[in-house]
Design a protein around this ligand. Structure first.
Ligand SMILES: O=C(CO)[C@H](O)[C@H](O)COP(=O)(O)O
Length: 220
């Protein structure tokens, strides 16, 4: 079954708790939290304090995507704040196995993510260790960008490795996901769709989530 992870980057930050409860009622599976540092990506967003303050407002897993340099410095604080998944960029981790182990040691599920231009081979040797693989379908930093369709081949490649090696990690995609692009991703093997504008910029979030799941074609 396809999962939906609305990205709060496109929510109204003045009422985050209410926004999160709205998408939880609307059928969201995870709450996706975009952490940006103004160095790895050209935008600054959320720190552990915000994660801690939204944690009591939902039962859903908090799926925390670290778009930051030196993620090892901040992993304990995000785990302590209540992150369920912590996902780090291969591009920011020279000692990736150590960073993935640090996430697990802090009690969170571990994810790895690559940018659209990074080849899937860069994460092939870490796949045994992770709970989640996030394939960016835009260059990270902002909501509302256009889906980069070349990434679909990469979803297929990672899904093929997962099947051959009988691994259990989820494949998540993020960026430009809507009714048109969702099916391309799920057909290629994606399980979790991150959607920011396509959910939070719509008046009826429940309807928006339903439309994406139906378009993805794997409602059950
Ligand atoms: O990681 C992100 C940006 O770096 C966001 O999660 C992503 O862009 C979601 O926004 P949209 O669905 O509007 O493209």
């Amino acid at each position: 079954m396809t999962k939906i992870a609305p990205s709060i980057l496109s929510a109204d930050f003045s009422r985050l708790g209410i926004e999160i409860q709205d998408v939880e009622r609307g059928g969201a599976d995870y709450i996706h939290v975009d952490v940006m540092d103004g160095h790895f990506v050209p935008n600054i967003t959320i720190g552990p304090l915000i994660v801690e303050s939204i944690r009591p407002h939902t039962e859903l897993p908090l799926d925390v995507h670290l778009m930051i340099e030196n993620p090892d410095h901040y992993i304990p604080a995000f785990a302590e704040a209540g992150a369920s998944f912590i996902t780090v960029h291969q591009e920011t981790c020279p000692h990736l196995h150590r960073t993935i182990q640090l996430i697990k040691d802090n009690g969170a599920k571990a994810g790895v993510v690559i940018n659209p231009a990074t080849p899937a081979e860069m994460i092939r040797d870490i796949l045994n260790e992770v709970d989640l693989v996030l394939l960016m379908t835009v260059n990270p930093g902002f909501g509302g960008q256009t889906f980069i369709s070349e990434v679909v081949k990469k979803i297929e490649q990672v899904a093929e490795w997962r099947e051959k090696r009988q691994l259990l990690f989820e494949i998540e995609v993020d960026g430009g996901i809507n009714g048109d692009t969702a099916k391309l991703c799920t057909n290629a093997g994606a399980d979790v769709l991150v959607a920011g504008s396509a959910v939070f910029k719509q008046a009826d979030r429940k309807q928006a989530i339903r439309e994406i799941v139906q378009a993805a074609g794997k409602a059950d």
